[in-house]
Design a protein around this ligand. Structure first.
Ligand code: SF4
Length: 315
């Protein structure tokens, strides 16, 4: 890899969504060389289905001799509501005091995902913080961006001890190719990996919570009610925060409306539709999930700006 040097070790950044699950299982089946470890950053607020999926995946990885490390910087939900906890900005939809719209800075991914992953990579390399990682010692870090996400790919991870690699891009596999691969290998459903109350959810995800997981829906409605003025310690929110892009309380937000993006996702490509039909599946819902290396539904964590920014996302 870069500079002609070989990586000291290879780690898979396992978000537990479609793409990284496909990568993990391809390593288990021998279609890809086995990484030395897989790392899952747990915000403590994933849906039950994601943890169940992860348990199953962990079993397969263990059988293939690949340890799965679950790392954490705390429970994002609890911390966000705790007045004694330092405020970590979540990309809430903000109604500013003058009535204009804004968006909270996306700090949560960096704090609850990137930071614990980096710490684990250092530890696995043998140089936990604050030890200095010697030059030339680095991990090759597999990231599950697929061929249809090339615009999200960056060629550095901003630290010299980790270098990104994108095996799905090298294989030319799109997200839908990954879904088909998973189906063929008996993984018929992969829950979207994201915090239960992530503001980046599309209406389809909110509806799924409301209609199929009423306990989780009640939890996020309550969370939405409590973040109106922030929650954690720090500068009081200048305006009001909401989880839904309509900037209405979640329990009355128009989540039955199908967004332009959801329509676009449902149209797809004719060849994809044929291939999907052949594989016995049709896509349903939006593909959003939270990747530490470039949120699939918002700005990349590293690109998020200070305070609120004008909201350019489709309402
Ligand atoms: S899923 Fe949403 S709330 Fe959770 S870390 Fe990612 S961007 Fe933040």
């Amino acid at each position: 890899m870069g500079e002609g040097r070989r990586a000291t070790l290879t780690v898979l950044s396992l978000g537990a969504g479609v793409q990284s699950t496909a990568l993990a299982l391809m390593a288990c089946t021998g279609e890809l060389p086995a990484p030395d470890a897989a790392i899952f950053a747990d915000t403590g607020w994933e849906p039950r289905r994601v943890y169940e999926h992860l348990d199953r995946l962990e079993h397969n990885l263990a059988e293939a001799g690949i340890p799965l490390y679950r790392v954490s910087a705390g429970n994002l939900r609890d911390d966000a509501l705790d007045p004694s906890h330092r405020y970590c900005s979540v990309p809430y939809f903000i109604r500013n005091p003058d009535g204009s719209d804004g968006m909270g800075r996306r700090q949560c991914t960096a704090e609850y995902k990137l930071t614990p992953i980096k710490a684990k990579v250092r530890e696995l390399l043998g140089y936990p913080h604050p030890k200095r990682v010697p030059r030339g010692v680095f991990a090759e870090q597999w990231i599950g961006f697929s061929a249809d996400e090339i615009g999200r790919v960056r060629d550095t991870l901003d630290v010299q001890y980790a270098r990104p690699r994108h095996p799905l891009l090298e294989l030319g596999m799109s997200r839908k190719d990954c879904v088909r691969w998973l189906r063929v290998h008996g993984w018929t459903t992969v829950a979207k990996s994201a915090c239960k109350g992530c503001p980046f959810h599309g209406n389809a995800q909110w509806r799924d919570l409301r209609d199929n997981h009423p306990d989780e829906w009640a939890e996020v409605v309550e969370f939405d009610r409590r973040i109106r003025k922030g929650g954690a310690r720090g500068t009081p929110l200048d305006g009001e925060a909401f989880l839904h892009r309509s900037r209405l309380p979640l329990d009355i937000a128009p989540i039955d409306r199908v967004t332009r993006r959801e329509w676009a996702d449902r149209q797809g490509d004719l060849l994809d539709l044929i291939a999907d039909a052949e594989a016995g599946l049709l896509e349903d819902g939006d593909p959003d999930g939270c990747s530490p290396y470039g949120c699939r539904s918002g700005t990349a964590a590293a690109e998020a700006r200070e305070h609120t920014v004008p909201d350019r996302r489709a309402a």
